[in-house]
Design a protein around this ligand. Sequence first.
Ligand code: G6P
Length: 367
Amino acid sequence: AMIDKGNHRHFMQKEIFEQPVVVAQTLGSYLRPLAGEVSLPIPEFDFTQIRRVTIVACGTSFYAGMVAKYWFEQFARVPVDLDVASEFRYREPVLEDGGLALFISQSGETADTLAALRHARAAGQKIAVVVNVPTSSMAREADLLLPTHAGPEIGVASTKAFTCQLAVLAALAANFARAKGRLSREEEQEIVRHLAEAPAAMNAAIAHDDEIEALAPLIAKARDVLYLGRGPDYPMALEGALKLKEISYIHAEGYAAGEMKHGPIALIDEHVPVIVIAPSGPLFDKTVSNMQEVQARGGKVVLISDAEGIAAAGEGTIATIEMPRVHPLIAPLVYAVPVQLLAYHVAVAKGTDVDQPRNLAKSVTVE
Ligand code: G6P
């Protein structure tokens, strides 16, 4: 069927706005909210034999994998290796028995990721695939196929496929933890409850679209933009920077907030906006202290946090973007939204081709 933009100016905007619906749709096939259980489409897959997970992907899908590493290690206590697909094969990874190789891809056709999958298969790994196109090559070659239900994604820069990947990966981490005997009934119910809250929280994030649009002209003037985050929100800093450079052509870098003092702090002056992703939670104070290091050097900070976080640390920023207060587990899904919207509005302000940025392809089928 023909897909159109509806009332939206660009596919990317439509796809950002669709996220609460498609994430709910995706969670619908991984959660049983009434029973308080996670459930995978292939219930018979045996996780108890898995001793190590290797996650491989490219681009935005790689950042979903980076978040998953935090979750798998935290919940299932299983060691996780993580690689971009173009590096994976050539570093001669050690792939031992009892390994699960997990590939994440919107298209299921990215050449580097597909080649990595075949390499892992030849090395005796079990193959799990999180993919948005159910008829794709990767989907066909999976032992454990974990579909995202984002629907067709047209904008070259991935948005809704990404948050749906996060939803699947969170459910997968919980399932894994349960199989390993590391999750009590109550803990599983808690996780299900938090995940089920994600779509509404994402809606609440989208409600701040106007403020983000109002901020865009200021960011559009910058030559460089820095994004900072910690823990599972560090990949959101990387994703924010990737989105911005992809579609607005502004140089942007994402950094682990605590690592900033080892390099990027040298760049800080009044011309470099610094986007700080800092939901309330165990890492909030640490991130804020890094943010204050930026402010002490004249850096212009945009703080993305919840009301509590903004009340505690909003002073001296050039802008704050308020997110709903959420459990740290779902923060990456929620905080993906404002960084996507910021990139989108900056690109629109600059007049670039948002859906078809120069030099990029939706699916890269060459190595
Ligand atoms: C291209 C797209 C990105 C995407 C990446 C990986 O570079 O422009 O948006 O994240 O490929 O694609 P995949 O289909 O494997 O997720």
